[in-house]
Write a protein that binds this ligand. Structure first.
Ligand SMILES: [Zn+2]
Length: 417
C-alpha cells in the first residue's frame, strides 16, 4: 500500500515537473506579435519565453518540431461571453431566464476548454448576461488549476440603464431578472460601478445605448453625467471601461465620457470614429456576432443576398479604418460557438484589413488594450509562454488560424500535433 502511494506521489511529482519543463519549439515560422520571421526557434523555461531567433540554445530542452506550422503568441479575444451559448441552440431570453447558474457554469467550463484548444489563451469576458459574478468564480477556478482554459479578464454582470435592457416584453409590474445590473441617476450609476468592482470585475462594462427606442432602435441610455461618473469610479480604482454602443449618438457619448473600448460601434459616423482615433479609443467591431445573427435569421452567407445589417457592418469597418481607429479582435463569441473565435480574424480580413493587421489585432494590439503588453501578445524573451501554432501561414491565408495544431498555456503544453 505504502509503495503504491509513493508510486502515485512520484507520478504526480513527475506530472508537476512536466509543467516546468524546458522546450524548444521549431515551427516553419514565428509571428512575434508584430512581424513574421521565417525559420525562427523559441526556447521556453519555467513557463516563460527565454529566447527567440534563428538559432536558440537547445541544451536540456525537449525539441518540438512543428513542421508546416506558424507559431504565434497565444491569441486574444477581447469580447467573449463564456456564460452564453449559440442563440440558435437556445434563445438569449431562455438562457437568462430558464438556465440555472449551475448549468451555465458547467457549460462555461467546456467553453473555456474549447477556447484554449483553439489557440486562444486570453479572453476579456464582457458580461455574464444574468449569471451575476460567476465569471469571477470561473477566473479563480482557472487560476487555482481546477479547470483548464485561457486567462480570463472579467467584467461581472455589466451595467445597464434602468428599463433599457432585457429580457423584456412582459406585462408591466412583473419583476423579471435582467441580463445585467440596472442603474439610474448619477448616484445609482456610481453605486453600480462600485458594486461591479467590489464583486471582482477587472473591467467595468457599461451599455451606452440599447434597443429601447420607440421603434425598438438603438438609442443612448445613460446620460452624459451618469456615464462620466461610471468612468470616474472605474478610473479611480485603476480599471478601464468597455462600452457597448451601436448608434452614432451612443458611441459619441461613451467616447466623450472617457471609455477605453467601444463594442460593436454600428452606425458610428466618420467624425465620431475620428474622435475615437484622436482619443485613442479602440473599436471591437464584433463582425462575427453580426454575421451569425444574420445566419440565424436565414442568410446563406452569400454576397448577393447579404442583409443590410451585414452590409452596414462592412461600411462601419471601412469608416473606422479610414479614420485610423485602433481595431481590436473581439468577436462576441457565445453568440456563436466557443472555440470558433478565429472567425472574427477571418472577417476582419474579408472586411478590408490585411492578414498581418488582423494577426496584430489578435495578439499585440489586444494585449496593449488590456494593459498587458509586457506579459502577453508577443513572442520575445521575458514573456509568458502563451503560444499557439497553426497549420500553414496565416499572413498569407488568415483561415490558417482555424487550424490549431499546438497550444501552450504558461509553459504547459495543452495541445500537441
Ligand atoms: Zn457582447
Amino acid at each position: 500500500m505504502r509503495l503504491l502511494i509513493s508510486l502515485i506521489l512520484g507520478a504526480l511529482t513527475l506530472a508537476g515537473a512536466v509543467r516546468a519543463q524546458t522546450y524548444v519549439l521549431a515551427p516553419d515560422r514565428v509571428f512575434d506579435g508584430l512581424v513574421m520571421h521565417e525559420g525562427w526557434r523559441v526556447r521556453i523555461e519555467a513557463g516563460r519565453i527565454v529566447a527567440a531567433g534563428p538559432t536558440v540554445d537547445e541544451s536540456g530542452a525537449q525539441v518540438i518540431r512543428l513542421e508546416g506550422d506558424t507559431l504565434t503568441p497565444g491569441l486574444i479575444d477581447l469580447h467573449s461571453h463564456v456564460f452564453l451559448h449559440p442563440y440558435d441552440e437556445t434563445s438569449w431570453n431562455d438562457q437568462v431566464l430558464k438556465e440555472s447558474i449551475a448549468e451555465r457554469s458547467a457549460r462555461a467550463v467546456g467553453h473555456l476548454q474549447a477556447t484554449l484548444m483553439a489557440g486562444f489563451t486570453a479572453l476579456r469576458d464582457l458580461g455574464t448576461e444574468g449569471a451575476g459574478f460567476a465569471d469571477v468564480g470561473m477566473k479563480e477556478a482557472l487560476e487555482k488549476g481546477v479547470i483548464k482554459g485561457p486567462q480570463l479578464i472579467v467584467s461581472g454582470p455589466a451595467i445597464v440603464a434602468l428599463g433599457s435592457y432585457g429580457p423584456k416584453g412582459f406585462r408591466e409590474g412583473v419583476d423579471i431578472p435582467q441580463g445585467a445590473e440596472e442603474a439610474s441617476g448619477v448616484a445609482g450609476a456610481e453605486a453600480a460601478a462600485r458594486h461591479q468592482i467590489a464583486g471582482g470585475a477587472d473591467w467595468v462594462k457599461v451599455y451606452a445605448d440599447y434597443r429601447w427606442g420607440p421603434e425598438g432602435e438603438a438609442r443612448p441610455t445613460f446620460l452624459e453625467d451618469e456615464l462620466a461618473r461610471i468612468v470616474e469610479v472605474a478610473h479611480s480604482s485603476g480599471r478601464k471601461v468597455a462600452a457597448h454602443a451601436a448608434s452614432d449618438a451612443g458611441v459619441r457619448r461613451a467616447v466623450e465620457a472617457g471609455v477605453s473600448t467601444i463594442e460593436h460601434g454600428d452606425g458610428a459616423s466618420l467624425d465620431t470614429f475620428r474622435l475615437m482615433a484622436k482619443k485613442g479609443v479602440a473599436l471591437c467591431p464584433t463582425l462575427a456576432a453580426t454575421e451569425s445573427i444574420a445566419r440565424y435569421r436565414g442568410w446563406d452567407g452569400s454576397a448577393n443576398t447579404m442583409p443590410e445589417t451585414v452590409r452596414d457592418k462592412h461600411e462601419e469597418l471601412a469608416r473606422a479604418l479610414k479614420a485610423g481607429v485602433t481595431i481590436c479582435n473581439g468577436s462576441d463569441v457565445g453568440v456563436f460557438s466557443h472555440g470558433r473565435n478565429a472567425w472574427e480574424t477571418e472577417l476582419l480580413v474579408a472586411y478590408g484589413m490585411t492578414p498581418i493587421a488582423a494577426l496584430r489585432a489578435a495578439t499585440s494590439i489586444d494585449a496593449k488594450i488590456l494593459g498587458k503588453d509586457k506579459e502577453i501578445g508577443h513572442v520575445a524573451p521575458g514573456y509568458v509562454a502563451d503560444l499557439a501554432a497553426f497549420e500553414g501561414d496565416p499572413s498569407t491565408d488568415i483561415k490558417s488560424l482555424s487550424k490549431p495544431r499546438f497550444v501552450m498555456r504558461a509553459g504547459e503544453i495543452v495541445r500537441r500535433p
